[in-house]
Design a protein. Structure first.
Length: 785
């Protein structure tokens, strides 16, 4: 069946055959008048969207999306390409590479079932290129050979008038679009619009009808202002309408009239900035609400466009008020359209919600100011805040457990892994242990900040002192374990650091409940702004770029998450460990009962912990003495531990456990690998090859062997006859920990208060100058005091 045959019933329903096709395609009023995928702020199955509540409704009941994540539900999309995006820098011709990328993304949307309308610039630039060529052909031989650029003078610019260039360029521009979209099987139609088309009811209805029918037929309308005849821009603010002075305002009008879900305004900057990007202190605004408009400072517009950033903001707000979501983005950014529709953080998203929360940049700066306030407090005042938080953990236990239960239920319904779910649990005993740990931090914090580490007499009357000071602002990213939040908050308060916390979405309710207690405790000293809870995952990437506002990043979680943070944080130091592959080596001189007890505890006590045993190394003599080997294996299996065989063990057993896929695995579950080694040296070599420098244990009664192991193994924690589970700040008497560091820097192993402090040098003197010492008038003493 031909396409015409398929369209025949539809054409007959519009009575098109009676008029032998009118000059416009066909009125779509009857076809689109019942367009009902929006109704009083709710969405039908056509968009597979549920009501979102508190939506921004226009007079027709249309609602703009409040959050980026909702953009993936956009059905009808308008893409506006600014001149700065598709025009070459010299203004003569199009930037075909950028244009091809935008066309490819738009075509993908059409082929995926979206309705896409494109508002384009570029006709003037395309026309100037053709007219410049004609002018070049008309030059004399002398003018052609002249060193002077005869196509860039003022007299030539007068010839290449904008209206004439637009008239010359329109046909070529449309031919280019048609050819490029044809490569993706997308048909296009050209629509030229003048300002009056919107202010005349009849022409406006005809325009809307035509566009709707084209979209209904899966044909992409490509719209441009008719610059060949359009009069100079005139303001029309008196009528409270958005005057059509450029393609930004044109796109906003179109988006509103055809009830568009999403309007993408593409320009040559990354988004909206609070001030021109080239000025000091400028920052990009990720999510923009209308009440932020008065805070903006605009710069000049581009040399090839007709509308500046103020025009774009004005157009975006106008469309937003009428129920259309808007994103202003950099059209030069690869894959921008695709990422925006996928709900990714690209450009500036215009939200109708004026209560969108504080920007992360502002939160980071506030945390800096808050940390300085905490530093100014007396040590006992800081300790009182921590004790208050400890008390709240106990007195508000019921609401904390209720919030935690919601997270547990959601994790179980969503199929979250058992290991991850295990880390979510809060219990009365765990909260009591947390409270006790916080009180220990409070007691130990009294002399932490400002503690004198050394004093040196430099010369007569000149004394140098080294004292402890906070690092500044910390960004701690953790997964699953909500009990991390009060621990880390207490450590930050004790050391006078500002803190930004980002927990996993699986613990959303627990983290919010715990954070409310932290804020309540900080309120007692007026320092609420010192600690913030970051709730959006996309904010992490932005935070990792704030090297002027954040001093240290501490990730706690999966290997994948930590490595991602380390890669993205190019300028901010990262403290932590990517994985916890911990070993227990049972030496030939080990006591069997001790070995069984330690191995069982290291694996079974808390298998999801980063300090749990993942690989058990057994001396080959114990393997041949089946009593040792069998008893250890039976004890693990009786606890439900799945055993995987290492390479050597698999060869020694005819019917043994399944072979381990890799020695570099953090199971975080009741599962481990067992491998046979020839001696301690081979065990150490295995640890250095496959371990993560976290925690490694030797079980032996031979003191010389133990000492050799302790000295040789290059890990943050190395234990003798002690379970790996002791690699914990609380168990080691360090108080709560912010994490385990495997880095070879100042803080290694469990990082408590000491690891969150740095130092500064205080030099006190009376009229001391370097010249006096250079010329020998005064002498250095450099005496330790």
């Amino acid at each position: 069946m031909s396409q015409l045959q398929r369209l025949l019933p539809r054409l007959q329903s519009h009575q098109v055959l009676r008029t032998v096709l009118p000059r416009r395609i066909v009125s779509a009023t009857s076809a689109w008048g019942n367009r009902n995928y929006r109704n009083n702020g709710t969405f039908t199955n056509m968009q597979k969207k549920t009501p979102v509540g508190n939506l921004h409704l226009d007079s027709r009941g249309r609602a703009a999306f409040q959050h980026r994540e909702q953009l993936r539900h956009a059905k009808r999309i308008v893409v506006k390409m600014g001149s700065a995006v598709i025009t070459r820098e010299d203004g003569y011709g199009l930037a075909l590479g950028r244009l091809a990328s935008i066309i490819e993304q738009s075509a993908e949307l059409v082929n995926a079932g979206h309705e896409v309308l494109m508002v384009t610039s570029g006709a003037v630039a395309f026309g100037k290129q053709k007219m410049a060529h004609e002018l070049l052909m008309s030059l004399s031989m002398r003018e052609t050979l002249s060193n002077k650029d005869n196509l860039r003078g003022d007299e030539v610019k007068a010839v290449l008038a904008t209206r004439a260039a637009a008239a010359v360029g329109q046909s070529g521009l449309m031919s280019l679009y048609e050819a490029m979209f044809a490569q993706y099987g997308v048909k296009v139609a050209q629509i030229l619009i003048a300002k009056n088309d919107f202010y005349n009811n009849e022409t406006r209805q005809n325009l809307i009808s035509t566009i709707n029918e084209l979209l209904h037929l899966n044909i992409m309308p490509i719209v441009n202002t008719n610059d060949a005849v359009s009069p100079p821009p005139q303001n029309d603010e008196i009528s409270k309408k958005l005057d059509i002075t450029d393609n930004d305002s044109l796109a906003a009008h179109l988006a509103s009239e055809i009830e568009t879900d999403l309007l993408i305004l593409m320009t040559d900057v990354n988004g909206i900035y609070n001030k021109p990007p080239w000025e000091d202190g400028s920052r990009m605004i990720d999510t923009f609400s209308p009440n932020m408009t008065k805070e903006l400072k605009f710069g000049k517009k581009s040399s090839v466009g007709t509308g500046g950033m103020d025009s774009k903001v004005k157009a975006a707000n106008w469309a937003l008020e009428r129920g259309t979501s808007v994103v202003i983005c950099n059209g030069l950014f690869q894959g921008a359209i695709r990422k925006i529709v996928d709900g990714r953080k690209v450009g500036t998203f215009f939200s109708p919600n004026n209560d969108i929360g504080v920007q992360v940049e502002v939160q980071a700066k506030s945390a800096r100011a808050g940390s300085r306030h905490i530093q100014s407090l007396k040590p006992e005042e800081r300790a009182s805040v921590i004790r208050k938080l400890a008390d709240l953990l106990e007195t508000r236990q019921t609401e904390l457990l209720a919030a935690n239960e919601i997270d547990i239920d959601e994790a179980q319904r969503s199929g979250t892994s058992q290991a991850l779910t295990a880390r979510l649990y809060l219990t009365p005993s765990k909260l009591a242990s947390l409270a006790n740990g916080l009180r220990q931090i409070a007691d130990d914090s009294i002399d932490m900040v400002g503690r004198v580490l050394s004093k040196t007499q430099i010369a007569e009357g000149v004394e140098l002192t080294q004292v402890t000071v906070p690092i500044g602002v910390l960004l701690v990213i953790f997964e699953s374990r909500p009990d991390c939040l009060p621990q880390v908050a207490a450590l930050a308060i004790a050391t006078g650091n500002g803190l930004l916390l980002k927990g996993g979405k699986e613990a959303t309710h627990s983290n919010k409940a715990l954070m409310s207690l932290v804020s309540e405790a900080l309120d007692t000293v007026g320092a609420r702004d010192a600690i913030y809870l970051i709730t959006r995952r996309d904010d992490i990437k932005d935070l990792l770029q704030l090297e002027d506002d954040i001093d240290l990043v501490i990730p706690r979680g999966s290997n994948e998450m930590v490595k991602t943070i380390q890669q993205q944080s190019a300028s901010i130091p990262v403290l932590g460990h990517a994985e916890g592959i911990c070993h227990v080596y049972v030496d030939k001189d080990a006591d069997l009962e001790k070995a069984v007890k330690i191995v069982r505890d290291a694996k079974v006590d808390y298998p999801a912990a980063c300090n749990a045993m993942e690989t058990l190394l057994i001396h080959e003599d114990l393997f041949h003495d089946t009593t040792y080997f069998t008893k250890i294996c039976h004890r693990l299996q009786s606890e439900g531990v799945k055993i995987n065989a290492g390479t050597k063990l698999a060869k020694l057993l005819t019917f043994g456990p399944p072979p381990a896929k890799s020695f570099k695995v953090e199971y975080s579950d009741l599962e481990c690998t067992i491998e046979i080694v020839e001696d301690m040296e081979e065990a150490i070599e295995h640890i250095h090859t496959y371990g993560s420098s976290h925690t490694d244990v030797i079980v032996t009664e031979n003191q010389e062997t133990a000492d050799n192991f302790l000295q040789t193994v290059d890990s943050a924690c190395v234990f003798h006859n002690v379970s790996s589970r002791f690699a914990d700040g609380y168990r080691l008497g360090l108080g709560a920990e912010v994490g385990i560091s495997t880095a070879r820097i100042h803080a290694r192993g469990p990082v408590g208060m000491e690891g969150l402090l740095t130092t500064k040098w205080l030099l006190r003197g009376d009229d001391a100058t370097a010249q006096e010492f250079t010329e020998g008038d005064k002498q250095f003493i450099h005496k330790n005091l």
